[in-house]
Design a binder for this molecule. Structure first.
Ligand code: FB9
Length: 492
């Protein structure tokens, strides 16, 4: 069985001129296959000459097919009206989804009328019988339909005019019925025998798209995370280990001097774990110092003066911030024989039982930077944050006093958004309290600054995504993940 391109050439050799539609009928193949063969012959260069022409075809829609088989909507309504009439509500109930259109068309055609002389509306026939011209037209040859009538049927979505492309073929300057597949590569044999001198290699098709790799793709969040991670690394920060999504209330709250009555520790804001519900393995001496600083004070603090309970601190939860990881890491630093300054960062998922909306889910990725050293001040905190955001291309920052349970002073970070022409909050920061640092065992005089922001907010801005559900979750369009551009952050 010869291949289709060869069959086309032989037909052309006989006929001198061909039409793709007629040829498809003659060879009993789908016209698209003929078009494919024509394209491959065109690529051989001047074997054939082609011209494209368009044909407007009258094509019935699904509703048009239904009219062709069951009659027009108006005819079907008319046929439901008996000679002695029918109450209008009964007629509507008897008709299908086509009843409304059919009723109005039958009324405007003068086939039926509504008789209210007896009170309730009754539909009566105005003529004995009808001719269903619409069905005849739809079933028949469209060339007999007047353009105005065609426009009406298109408006009623019974049919549409579809443009189809077809080809006429003629013999080209290099016409031949024998296709020698042009070789696609230069072989050692060609070079050795010299046959390359007389062989015409198949020209490169530089317009051909590459074969799509089935490789995986990085989610936009992970692209932005990589850029932020790079900025921290450039600033000499090392990454904290953040693989514990389940954390104890002790490390998530108590170690941060967040009192046990704090509203954030309520189930309305925090996801508590039922199994395992509690943790019990805490450094006992450290735990006692935390208990004391909460209940009695110490380290220069008056404390909160409440009865601190181990049961509360033992409750397991999904960490509400990566500051829980910072607490663990700072405690590790404090256990070393001699204190060495550290710069640490984390970027990972945190979970909050919050009200969901277009930009907030019950989880997000927190970005956090922490620096611990002797004699750090709020000025250092502002300086580190300025450096971090300047590397992101954001220079106009403002700091506004704020409150966090574990930092004092605390500051919200604002940046001027040129597009919105206003200051927008881009993060939070502060100096960790001595009630947090000293019970850990960090030396007097060691201060610790911290700042944080989310990963989702900058990612949504970067990729112009308005609804967080288009970025994360089960409804995400995977094509977005596949096709979104590289994340290149302007680094200062
Ligand atoms: O990310 C936030 N906003 C933001 C960040 C970046 C951005 O664009 C990039 C610069 C180009 C645009 C916006 N925010 C913090 C501010 C708001 O979006 C806020 O509505 C949402 N916040 C989250 C928490 O909300 C419940 C963002 C998240 C957040 C808030 C605070 C911290 C971390 C994340 C913190 C902290 C902290 C403080 C002191 C010490 C250590 C950590």
């Amino acid at each position: 069985m010869q291949d289709l391109p060869t069959a086309v050439l032989q037909e052309l050799d006989r006929a001198n001129e061909l039409d793709s539609l007629k040829l498809a009928e003659k060879l009993q193949v789908d016209e698209q296959k003929i078009v494919g063969a024509i394209k491959s012959l065109e690529a051989l260069g001047d074997v054939i000459e082609t011209k494209i022409y368009q044909v407007k075809n009258w094509k019935l829609t699904a509703e048009g097919e239904e009219v062709a088989s069951a009659g027009s909507h108006e005819a079907r309504v008319f046929n439901q009206v008996p000679a002695d009439g029918i109450p209008q509500p009964e007629l509507i109930k008897k008709c299908g989804p086509w009843g409304k259109v059919g009723f109005s068309k039958a009324m405007s055609a003068g086939w039926i009328k509504i008789d209210k002389s007896q009170g309730a509306p009754v539909v009566q026939r105005l003529i004995e019988s009808i001719t269903d011209t619409v069905m005849d037209h739809i079933k028949g040859d469209d060339s007999s339909i007047d353009d105005k009538v065609k426009a009406e049927y298109k408006k009623r979505k019974l049919a549409e005019e579809v443009l189809t492309k077809h080809y006429t073929l003629q013999k080209g300057a290099n016409f031949t019925t024998k296709i020698e597949k042009a070789p696609t590569e230069l072989t050692a044999d060609m070079i050795a025998t010299g046959s390359w001198k007389t062989t015409s290699l198949k020209p490169y098709n530089l317009d051909a798209l590459g074969v799509e790799t089935g490789a995986g793709c990085l989610h936009p969040l992970l692209k932005v995370r990589a850029e932020y991670r790079q900025i921290f690394l450039e600033m000499g920060f090392s990454e904290m280990t953040t693989n514990k999504f389940v954390e104890s209330s002790f490390w998530n709250f108590d170690a941060l001097f967040q009192p046990q009555q704090h509203p954030a520790r309520d189930a309305h804001d925090t996801f508590f774990i039922s199994d395992p519900a509690t943790s019990t393995n805490f450094p006992s001496d450290y735990l006692e110092r935390v208990k004391k600083v909460h209940s009695e004070g110490g380290f220069g603090s008056q404390g909160y003066g409440y009865d601190w309970k181990i049961d509360e601190a033992s409750k397991n939860l999904l960490r509400t911030h990566t500051t829980a990881v910072s607490a663990r890491m700072l405690y590790e630093v404090a256990q070393k024989d001699t204190f060495e300054p550290v710069k640490m960062f984390s970027i990972d998922r945190v979970f909050r039982n919050e009200t969901l909306d277009a930009t907030h889910l019950a989880e997000f990725h927190q970005i956090e930077g922490v620096v611990a050293d002797y004699n750090l001040t709020l000025g250092h905190c502002i300086g580190v944050i300025n450096t971090f955001f300047t590397k992101l291309g954001i220079e106009k920052l403002r700091f506004k006093p704020a409150y966090n349970p574990y930092t004092e002073p605390s500051m919200e970070i604002f940046s001027y958004h040129e597009g919105l022409q206003k200051w927008v909050e881009i993060g939070n920061s502060g100096m960790f309290r001595p009630e947090m640092l000293l019970p850990m065992g960090l030396p007097e005089g060691v201060n610790c600054i911290g700042f944080g922001l989310s990963l989702e907010r900058p990612t949504m801005i970067k990729y112009k995504i308005d609804n967080i559900r288009d970025l994360v979750g089960h409804k995400v369009n995977l094509d977005m993940v596949k096709r979104n551009p590289l994340c290149r952050i302007v680094k200062a």
